[in-house]
Design a protein around this ligand. Structure first.
Ligand code: FE
Length: 333
């Protein structure tokens, strides 16, 4: 028969064995397309042996699921796009701050939540795209100038329901105040050549097809189309270079409040902010690495360098509700 001591030793072994096994796994809820993240996770597993399970869905149901699971959480990390969405998750109380000198050193402050609840991993600019057949780049200057008479019947926009445009508007409010921002957006709406688009790719194709001459898009959508058609008569323009710079947003990640494997999860996030993962994670989707020590891919570098707005991106979340109301008042559908 086993003595008490032996029993205790056996129990301890089982417990620690269990913990060790559990720590060899990280569960990620992700709103990014599978193909954009799987190679990165596979690389981490190959390197460390840590298994990564990920569930892909739209951000809203994923956040609801984390909230509903509460203390019985299955997810360790939430991976999504746009500071507006990450901020929402923060407001729902489903994230918990990560304290990590590694992440702090790798990712500039403006691309992290001041609470520590999330960090950016890759950056995208929401910038102006124009027809090289009907627009000279000298005619372009700022986001604000797209409200000028010159662009009447020539502008395409995506729907105001998309968080990307809500975040852009939020940063305009931060810069100009509500009144001036509303006037700018009314000007944009007046200049529309057609109904708003449901996605940036359709918008770029409309510029290509001659339906409009200018529009506002995320850089990686341009990158995808350009890769398929290098002769595309559409180019990117970097606005506001004489003042605050181009609106930059991000995709990012946060630790869930009741993460079952918090240590392993933080290690994964730390690795994702480092050189090897940054190159891969940003490169796959033609985004810019959030770690400034890592160079963008050749394709992305070919778009040229630009001055980016240094506004902390979490402001996009803080002013999101205000932005939605303002866009509605200004008639942006
Ligand atoms: Fe997108």
């Amino acid at each position: 028969m086993l003595s008490r001591k032996h029993l205790l030793a056996a129990l301890t072994l089982t417990l620690f064995g269990g913990v060790a096994q559990a720590a060899d796994e990280v569960v990620v809820y992700s709103s990014r397309i599978d193909e954009l993240i799987k190679p990165v996770f596979d690389a981490y597993t190959a390197k460390t042996g840590v298994k990564i399970k990920f569930i892909t869905d739209k951000e809203a149901p994923l956040m609801q699921r984390i909230k509903a699971e509460g203390e019985n959480a299955t997810a360790d990390l939430l991976l999504t796009v746009d500071a507006g969405n990450l901020w929402q998750a923060e407001q729902m109380g489903i994230l918990k701050p990560i304290k990590s000198a590694v992440i702090d050193a790798n990712i500039p402050k403006q691309y992290r939540a001041s609470s520590g609840d999330w960090t950016g991993l890759s950056l995208r600019a929401r910038t102006i795209a124009y027809s090289t057949e009907r627009v000279k780049p000298e005619e372009l200057s700022t986001y604000e100038a797209l409200a000028d008479k010159q662009w009447e019947g020539r502008l395409c926009l995506r729907t105001a329901k998309k968080v990307y445009n809500q975040s852009l508007t939020a940063t305009l409010i931060e810069t100009h105040g509500a009144e001036k921002t509303e006037a700018i957006i009314k000007g944009w709406v007046n200049n529309l050549s057609t109904d708003v688009f449901s996605d940036d790719t359709a918008l770029l194709q409309a510029i290509n097809a001659g339906q409009c001459d200018v529009g506002i898009v995320n850089t990686y959508y341009y990158g995808r189309l350009h890769k398929d058609n290098p002769q595309l008569p559409v180019k990117l323009f970097w606005p506001n270079q004489a003042d605050r710079g181009v609106h930059v947003n991000l995709s990012g990640i946060g630790l869930t409040r009741y993460a079952p494997h918090p240590e392993a999860a933080v290690k994964l996030v730390e690795w994702m902010t480092g050189e090897e993962a940054q190159k891969m994670f940003a490169g796959i989707n033609q985004e810019f690495p959030a770690n400034p020590k890592v160079a963008p891919s050749e394709e992305v570098a070919a778009w040229g360098t630009f001055k980016a707005d240094t506004i902390p991106v979490e402001l996009a979340g803080k002013r999101q509700a205000e932005a939605i109301r303002l866009m509605d008042r200004a008639g942006w559908n």
